[in-house]
Write a protein that binds this ligand. Structure first.
Ligand SMILES: [Zn+2]
Length: 215
């Protein structure tokens, strides 16, 4: 995470322009940034918690967030949830598939979920609902790709591994709402949500047992 005073880069694909921030909160251990994603047309929240050894520096983070709030207010008025008065997403005016350009499209919202750490000690998570305009074939394809990402990055901690399957199922429900859910996709998702994480846990237990046997 790289934070500057004009753009907040959460990771290499997500930055938050100052004027889109609607709320900043700090707690003893971390904070959250709420903002309006004008491209996807959704409200977003980013939460973070500092690990224990950095907590004595929490004052620096609070000062920094306060400074951002002041700059944001100077630039575009007081922090307030003006999100729903924002212009509609440009995506809503596009009616060809983002991937192949064909007609016969629909709008879909798929959620990316990432989690790392152990709550409430030290953790960070990101929930990104994104709106896509896609043809039927690419909607299935995109849902699967988002779910693979959720399976890889959503299970890395507690309670992430409990929440990740829910977001995977939610993406499938979005497909079902458009009558696009196939047996093939359901089977792949069972593999992602159940077998892959259980396999990882079994592998870690196996490594732990081998390590314990040598001690
Ligand atoms: Zn397409």
């Amino acid at each position: 995470m790289l934070l500057t005073s004009t753009y907040l880069w959460i990771d290499d694909t997500l930055s938050i322009p100052l004027e889109s921030i609607t709320e900043l909160t700090t707690t003893k251990r971390g904070g959250s940034i709420q903002f309006w994603d004008a491209i996807a047309g959704v409200d977003m929240e980013f939460h973070f918690t500092l690990p224990g050894f950095l907590r004595p520096r929490m004052g620096v983070v609070s000062d920094f967030l306060r400074e951002i709030a002041q700059q944001r207010e100077r630039q575009s008025g007081p922090l307030a949830p003006n999100r729903h008065t924002s212009a509609p997403s440009p995506l809503s005016q596009i009616d060809s598939c983002e991937e192949c350009g064909s007609n016969g499209t629909d709008a879909y919202t798929f959620s990316t979920f990432r989690f790392i750490g152990i709550a409430p000690v030290a953790y960070s998570y990101q929930l990104t609902p994104q709106r896509f305009v896609l043809c039927r074939e690419h909607a299935r394809d995109r849902a699967h790709r988002v779910n693979v990402r959720n399976a890889l990055f959503g299970y890395l901690g507690f309670p992430g591994f409990l929440a990740a399957p829910w977001y995977i199922v939610r993406n499938l429900r979005e497909l079902r709402g458009h009558n696009l859910l196939t047996v093939d996709l359901i089977l792949k998702s069972v593999l992602l949500t159940v077998i892959l994480p259980l396999g990882c846990v079994a592998f870690l237990l196996f490594l732990f047992a081998r390590w314990a046997a040598t001690v």
